[in-house]
Design a protein. Sequence first.
Length: 538
Amino acid sequence: MPVHWNVGYIVQKRADMSPDKAAIIFEDQAVTYRELNEGVNRAAHFLRKCGIRSGDRVSVILLNCVEFLEVYFACAKLGAILVPLNHRLVGPELEYQLNDCGARMVLFHDAFVGNVEPVRGRLMVEADKFIYMKSGASPGNGSPIADCPTWAEDYHALTTDQPVSEPAPDSPVPFDAPLAIVYTSGVTGNPKGAVLTHEQTFFKNFQIAFYTEARPDDVMVAQMPLFHSGGLFIVATPSLCAGMTMVMRRGFNPSEFAEDIERYRGTIVLALTTMWRMILETGKLDETDVSSVRCVLGGGERTPPSLFEELAKRGLHMRQGFGQTENSAMMMLPQKDIQRKMGSIGKPGFFTDIWIKGSNGKRAAPGEIGEIVARGPTVMNGYWNLPEATAKTLVDGVLYTGDLGYMDEEGYFYIVDRAKDMYRSGGENVYPAEVEKILAGHPKISNVAIIGVPDEKWGETGMAFIVPAQDETIAPEEVLEFLGGKVAKFKFPRHFKFVKELPMTPTLKVKKSVLKEAYTSERMGETSYTTAERARAS
């Protein structure tokens, strides 16, 4: 017999067990588990009234807000599929993803009326299913927030009078039914929609609970966007499943993040490496009481030892992890090994089997670089309507991550680079992340990204895009001198471009595809150095 259990039971059960406990503190306003579940149920009854049924796709283009979670859990209770979209997407990108998933309804914040309106006539979304929400956010550019347009209906007006009773789905929701479609970043070609089920989500909840030793009296402080798998499936869903209180903001603000730790006595805090760097730059941590914190999660990108050290000076001992949209939170570094295994992304989680696939197709020996592959109940079901892409990524239930790494003798894993980012210079493999990690420790460098570019002599060579630290200037000779003795000379970048900022994803990872496109089309006016000059500099 199939198991009928869905993610919507999380808020229902918590409302029964601890109705008056704060589930969410959103922009300093507490929402109890009872209030959250009632809001979820109103949303579910509204969706049913609009004709949304099991398997229908409901898309949201929203800032972080309580309503985002109301719609998410409402879809879960009805068996509908949530499609959270990046609110930074522009018209053609929205059009592609909404039509690709076949969304029947789209809910959007007032700030994004201008994104939706130009493409709405080309969407498959039904005319009466464009739903507007007020965000309460300031546009920040002096322009007024858009009122509800005539072609949309107001979410709050439509849900206020809906019943708070538990909704009944058309049929019981199977445990293995799709819960969400989360689109990947689209590094090459169009973004792909990873299909995530209720079952996988529960196993991720358990995995996060094991990593963090989660307790109902925990307070999670994180400002990850909910449209991203990290915000929805690493922060929000596990926190609420464990009965924690989650502190949430509309978006990331480094000063507020530090203040929230002390204000709400955060016990578990999570931020990506770039976010931690921005938090440190505010100086707020130096005047913040972080004694309540017992678990610090981070990483998500290359992290120099200096960042670990700066956080540790302030009593925050960060643990790195590793995951993807296709299989989030697949491994984490144990707290006891932060110093001993500096740079490691940890060991596989309880519900994930991970190994390195060597060049011969077999499990690689310790120290051998190969592709990181994984299997287990946290792995996605596949890509939405893309059987060929699914077959390439999932082979006999094994997820091919596209990331290169190695495992040491004790079973700890290390990331080397993305397979697509590796380039070959003079017949040698060069992994940009290795060099980037070293340069990220330079006091004059705020951020850096390296790509492989064509070279007549060596086939390919490195080009470094460098963001100098605030009020600093740095010359190529200083960069090369800093690398001297740390990596082999064939790994040194040969071209340099000093920029004010790098193109970033919403989770603050560098969009190298944008850098490669810009280099190819414009050559970016780079400064080049010959091999002899590089040798003198190093």
